[in-house]
Design a binder for this molecule. Structure first.
Ligand SMILES: NC(=O)c1ccc[n+]([C@@H]2O[C@H](COP(=O)([O-])OP(=O)(O)OC[C@H]3O[C@@H](n4cnc5c(N)ncnc54)[C@H](OP(=O)(O)O)[C@@H]3O)[C@@H](O)[C@H]2O)c1
Length: 291
């Protein structure tokens, strides 16, 4: 059973967590997709950790696992003070390939367990007639790795309701679903289904790849609260009990994205953001993607 609660402490944002299956997930994760390569990536990750991020999102596909491993090692971070997510890529679906891919990831990360491991994208009926079997066999690999304590939490990413339904009758159900979620694209059907089934939702591209910064509703709210749009979006995500995973290269933006203590969004404004009609959608639907 994957129960989670939103931990409503009075503490600073950096000390707040969601609790999922008795595991603490720090409120805001640092996204590492499209970080610059090599040393620059290592520096970005070190900067992120130094300004306070305790939660880092990666994937075998991003090419940042090695840099994260080096940054954690060089900064001498205690294992239980950092929460790391990685994901199995689409080319590695199925039981055996998933296990092999996991072993490569954990080695690159230089860890002895991964906090959260996800299926990056579901196999879909449009491309694979046996999509359900593929997803189930990938999931079985995650369950076995979880049982052998190599992973603390297991879940999926980009799963729509039809994909989730095929795993909901399994011995262990997904604990997390990481989906595209930002103003204009809130996937209410998926989020409601996840909440009904105790699946914690994480938001990828909380800034819609930067498109949110040009939205008029958000520009006006930014003026009203005298806070940057980035902070309005992060706060709004958390107010909807969803974990934001912002990515930023510069230390100034990293800091800005964490600096959300000392202001509250009014409930009418949360609803106003929920109703933004400019979709700002990436266009990546698991039924039509060609990767
Ligand atoms: N599961 C999946 O399929 C999936 C898919 C996509 C992403 N993700 C995860 O989600 C993370 C975030 O998504 P994302 O990278 O697509 O986009 P994002 O976080 O929505 O937006 C990143 C863009 O916003 C800019 N930015 C960041 N902070 C800012 C600030 N305070 N003020 C102004 N601009 C700011 C960044 O600029 P700079 O880069 O110049 O700093 C970058 O251009 C990824 O890194 C990855 O970990 C997962």
């Amino acid at each position: 059973m994957s129960a989670f609660v939103f931990w409503k402490g009075e503490d600073l944002i950096l000390n707040k967590y969601f609790i999922c299956n008795n595991i603490k997930i720090p409120f805001i994760g640092y996204g590492t997709w499209q970080l610059p390569e090599g040393c620059e990536a290592i520096n970005c990750i070190k900067n992120a950790i130094s300004v306070g991020y305790k939660h880092i999102d990666t994937a075998s596909y991003y090419g940042t696992e090695e840099s994260i491993g080096i940054a954690i090692e060089e900064m001498n971070i205690k294992r239980d003070e950092i929460f790391i997510t990685s994901k199995v890529w689409n080319d590695d679906r199925g039981y055996d390939k998933t296990i092999k891919s996991f072993e490569k990831s954990i080695k690159k990360l230089k860890l002895n367990y991964i906090d959260l491991y996800l299926i990056h994208w579901p196999a879909d009926i449009n491309k694979y007639p046996d999509w359900e079997d593929i997803n189930k066999s990938t999931w079985r690999a995650l369950v076995d790795l979880y049982k052998s304590k190599k992973i603390k939490l297991i879940g999926v990413s980009n799963f729509k309701i039809k994909h989730l339904r095929t795993l909901i009758d399994q011995e262990i159900v997904p604990m997390v679903n990481q989906i595209e979620y930002h103003p204009g694209f809130i996937q209410s059907d998926v989020v409601d289904f996840c909440k009904e089934n105790n699946i914690l939702v994480e938001a990828w591209s909380p800034f819609a790849f930067g498109k949110v910064f040009k939205n008029d509703v958000l520009i006006n709210l930014s003026k009203k609260y005298n806070r940057p749009i980035s902070q309005i979006c992060i706060k709004w995500c958390l107010d909807n009990n969803i974990i934001p995973l912002p990515k930023a290269n510069s230390i100034e933006k990293m800091r800005e994205n964490l600096d959300i203590d000392n202001f509250m969004l009014e409930s009418d404004d949360i609803l106003k953001i929920n109703k933004i009609t400019d979709k700002m959608f990436s266009g990546w639907d698991p039924s039509t993607i060609d990767f």
